[in-house]
Design a binder for this molecule. Structure first.
Ligand code: GTP
Ligand code: MG
Length: 319
């Protein structure tokens, strides 16, 4: 980019919250991309971006897609996005990799390469690495989802790898939760163990072209029927050829309409989640930096002070 063009671009880039409100409302890709980068990097400008974004949320249906590595999530997301585009819906896709502090995010590129919507302005794809911020993944993911929602995306798809605690936290941000399963042995037990049945709205048996798919589907159906409360619906897909994907899109849309409360309520829940995360982070820092930490420790060790009382003192406001 030439120097003069860069100067013009810099001057055109939004500065205040009102500027960002305008830019996001226009739904321009460049503004959306820049907003997400600022938020992802926790840049000083991110405050204004998010202030603007949060007042514009409540439009998008947020669909969380999770499941074991290699289950076919990215392929399925690609097929689902194609289906949404056929329905003339605009889409934001966010691929989140909680394991990336270890892998350096190297896998992330591989993990989203399945998406073949380059050049379609109706599809906006971003990946998010956790970069090690402790417990902050749900917060940064939520913030990026908010920006995509604010920019007018009809559907925001969040793909996370794995079925552990941090993935469940991330899926918590979604209005509709889809768990993708690949055919294999002992699935019902694994599902129950991972707590997946409690969080899933829709269980997808992908790779239905592989022979064990029927057994897996049966196992999941029976495991799901034991779950307390709501029972997830079980569906089959072949992500590689799109089979079952329109039915999945129908099911998601239907559940989206039945959603308790509106999309605005979904956005409010998402914000609550981010606020609690941010508060937890602040409390942790406050406790670590408390000048009386060593003394409180000693008092607990001697048995002069109750453990929980000491913990409360570490985070209670200074008097
Ligand atoms: N036979 C068959 N293979 C599939 C299907 N869907 C995906 N695959 C293949 O499964 C492999 C993994 O697919 P991905 O979409 O990358 O799976 P993923 O769950 O996103 O993987 P990670 O992001 O690494 O966890 C690829 O080789 C796909 O081509 C399917 O329906 N049938
Ligand atoms: Mg993937």
């Amino acid at each position: 980019m030439g120097r003069i063009l860069r100067v013009i671009m810099t001057n055109l880039s939004p500065k205040t919250s009102a500027d960002w409100t305008h830019a996001l409302q226009q739904g321009e890709r460049a503004a959306l991309a820049r907003a997400i980068t600022l938020v992802e990097n926790d840049a000083p400008e991110a405050r204004e971006v998010l202030r603007a974004a949060r007042s514009l949320t409540g439009h998008a249906l947020v669909v969380g897609i999770t499941g074991a590595p290699g289950a076919g999530k990215s392929t399925l997301v690609g097929a689902y996005v194609s289906e949404l585009r056929r329905r003339h819906l605009s889409v934001g896709v966010l691929a989140v990799d909680p394991s990336s502090p270890l892998t350096g995010g190297a896998l992330l590129g591989d993990r989203i390469r399945m998406l073949t919507h380059a050049g379609d302005p109706g599809v906006f794809v971003r990946s998010l690495a956790s970069r090690g911020h402790l417990g902050g993944l749900a917060r940064s993911t939520g913030a990026v989802v908010d920006v995509m929602d604010a920019a007018g995306r009809d559907v925001v798809v969040v793909e996370t790898v794995g079925v552990g605690q941090s993935e469940i936290e991330v899926t918590d941000l979604a209005d509709i939760r889809v768990v993708v399963w690949a055919p294999g042995a002992g699935d019902d037990v694994q599902a129950a163990k991972a707590g997946i049945l409690e969080i899933a709205d829709i269980l997808v048996v992908n790779k239905a072209d592989l022979p064990p798919a029927a057994a897996t589907e049966a196992a999941l159906r029976s495991a799901a029927s034991y779950g307390a409360g709501r029972t997830p619906v079980v569906m089959r897909t072949i992500a590689t050829n799109g089979s079952g994907v329109p039915e999945l899109a129908d099911q998601v849309a239907e559940r989206g309409q039945q959603m308790s409360g509106s999309r605005v309520a979904g956005a409010a829940r998402r914000l609550q989640r981010q606020l609690v995360d941010a508060a937890a982070l602040q409390a942790r820092q406050q406790a670590q930096e408390h000048p009386g930490l060593a003394d409180l420790c000693e008092a607990v060790r001697r048995g002069d002070l109750d453990f929980d009382e000491a913990a409360s003192q570490l985070i209670s406001p200074k008097t």
